[in-house]
Design a protein around this ligand. Structure first.
Ligand code: SF4
Length: 573
């Protein structure tokens, strides 16, 4: 507070003209590039640059994190903790001048809104003014009464105007003007929080990078379902300047926020070339639509270190109609085959609990997804989010869902609650066994050998492993998971009297596990195999039955290492 105060002496008295602290804050699930407090930082930057009030306010950003050691686990204590820290930051702690006014802007999401609203109530009792925005508030701005003001939509223009109004007291806070619906700001004039320096992506190990806002599609479960259906692009000069900043700061990873990144192929290629020239060593994550990927674009993706995440959501045509998400399966498969042929890493998303989805149609969708060899398959429970088209049609569609965040579906016309719970277990098994278990190189060949679908295998894995020790549901140590996979599969092959096939499966799992760890850690590993590693690394391994019946076991010892930037192996004695 002291640095932000200006002082003038009059008649022997010191009068302090205090700048008003404006703190933009949020509560993060974790401290990671994906959880970086971009929304709060955008508002802080906009307030900082607002003509007319910039000299009157002292703007700062404060992010809390559920993972912080001192962050309380209980919700009521967490709200008190957040409120106390904000009071201290605003200079309202012990010894602060009475009547110090401060303004706190909360960025609210489904996972943090309850705690932030409770914190707001405490702050308001201390005379601090609170403003809330973010996706959860945008969805239903009149619902949350614990804040002085709620702002729906993008707040870069509306929040500074509101703060200016509060400071100038041009209107007293009142019920009628406590809910503000923002107009979409002009993206060519708003300031970048990175270039402004209000947030340093190095502190988060990476950046969330906005290239555009809006979406031309209207998937019923998404906030965009009731949006304008227009895409607004950030200007190229800002994009170039941010890239240069990422290069200067050697930012290791960037998550691109643009759900339609590759819909405009010309722009997508131009940006990929720009990225390759400015930040060749940074790893990028894109959201992409498979239907719009052709070979040229797939090749461009191979020129930078990157991974694509593709929304599949469902493969049930009835479901896709109900959620207003047209799907051209042929084009989708063609796009995926370009990615696989060119060697582009990609993951797929699926949502369970959508209207019209049955238990078996969802499992079929998962098995379809596995057949495409995604590097990861993210399986989400449907959230019936207020403010979406699906929320408005929930009764008509028979959706029963939690009335508070995260608004997960409990049952629908086709899925009983017990079946939704079974799909939750399947999602957990997929996360540990397939994603964290880095199973893509061998999952389909193991399932084929066992004559079992991927979903069946994962259901058994859940019952035999995760249900027995719930701690494993959160495990992300690949060596531990690999041991779980091998112990589980060894028993499964034995039960089916298929021990002889397990020797090859074991080699393939260990081989690709060691290669992937070496890729990550750049550390060598020594591995003893039942078969010659050349065969284990070959296409022969894609059919474990054929491999076992045609390749003679031959013990081999290998060492993994990094060769021209890639993990490789060599034989050792
Ligand atoms: S889910 Fe993705 S593609 Fe569909 S409307 Fe939302 S942002 Fe657009």
């Amino acid at each position: 507070m002291a640095e932000s105060a200006t002082a003038r002496e009059t008649s022997g008295n010191v009068l302090f003209f205090m700048k008003i602290p404006v703190i933009c804050t949020t509560l993060l699930i974790e401290k990671s590039p994906q959880a970086l407090p971009l929304g709060a930082a955008c508002i802080a930057t906009a307030v900082k640059h607002c003509a007319g009030i910039e000299a009157l306010v002292d703007v700062s950003l404060k992010a809390f994190c559920l993972e912080d050691k001192d962050f309380p686990k209980e919700k009521n204590k967490a709200a008190g903790f957040v409120a106390q820290k904000l009071i201290e930051k605003a200079g309202g702690g012990e010894g602060a001048p009475a009547g110090t006014q401060a303004i706190i802007c909360f960025s609210c999401f489904v996972w943090n809104v309850e705690i932030l609203e409770a914190a707001s109530k405490i702050l308001r009792q201390k005379g601090i003014i609170t403003i809330a925005g973010g996706p959860e508030i945008t969805a239903h701005p009149s619902f949350y009464k614990g804040f002085d003001y709620t702002v729906s939509g993008e707040g870069e223009e509306s929040v500074p105007v509101l703060i200016s109004r509060i400071i100038n007291k041009s209107k007293e806070p009142g019920k009628s003007d406590s809910v503000i619906i923002s107009a979409s700001p002009d993206l060519s004039v708003i300031h970048s929080p990175y270039l402004d320096g209000i947030i340093d992506p190095s502190e988060y190990g990476g950046a969330l990078w906005e290239l555009a806002r809006g979406c031309p599609f209207k998937c019923a479960y998404c906030y965009e379902s009731k949006g304008e259906k227009t895409v607004r692009l950030f200007p190229m000069e800002r994009i170039k300047a941010e890239l240069e900043l990422f290069a200067k700061k050697k930012i290791p990873q960037v998550f691109v926020l643009d759900p339609t990144y590759n819909v405009n192929k010309k722009r997508a290629v131009e940006l990929l070339r720009l990225i390759a020239s400015k930040t060749p060593d940074t790893f990028y994550y894109f959201e992409a639509r498979a239907e719009f990927i052709d070979r040229e674009l797939a090749r461009e993706f191979t020129k930078i270190p990157c991974a694509l995440q593709i929304g599949l959501q469902s493969t049930n045509e009835e479901v896709l109609k109900l959620i207003n998400r047209p799907w051209d399966k042929k084009k989708f498969l063609r796009g995926i085959s370009f990615l696989n042929e060119e060697g582009v890493t990609f993951g797929l998303d699926l949502i369970f609990g959508l209207p019209g989805e049955t238990f078996s149609s969802f499992r079929n969708g998962m098995d379809f997804a596995f057949s495409l060899y995604p590097n990861n398959l993210e399986v989400f429970c449907l959230s019936v989010l207020p403010g979406t088209d699906l929320f408005d049609r929930a009764d008509e569609l028979g959706l029963v869902y939690q009335k508070n965040p995260p608004y997960h579906v409990i049952q629908n016309k086709e899925l009983q609650a017990e079946q939704i719970q079974r799909l939750e277990k399947l999602a957990k098994a997929c996360f540990i066994f397939y994603n964290e278990g880095r199973a893509v190189p061998w999952f389909n060949s193991v399932c084929k050998c066992l004559k079992m679908s991927g979903t069946k295998l994962l259901e058994i894995f859940y019952e035999k492993v995760l249900a027995v020790n719930k701690d494993y549901e959160k495990c992300c140590d690949h060596k531990i998971i690999e041991k779980l996979q091998l112990d589980f599969l060894s028993k499964l092959f034995n039960e089916r009297k298929m021990e002889r096939y397990f020797r090859a499966a074991e080699d393939i799992i260990k081989f690709y596990g060691a290669i992937s760890r070496t890729t990550d850690t750049r550390q060598s590993e020594i591995l003893q195999l039942n078969y010659n590693a050349e065969y284990v690394a070959s296409d022969y391994a894609s059919d474990i039955r054929w491999f076992t019946e045609n390749i003679k076991p031959q013990k081999s010892k290998i060492q993994t290492f990094i060769n021209q930037g890639q993990a490789d192996f060599r034989f050792v004695k």
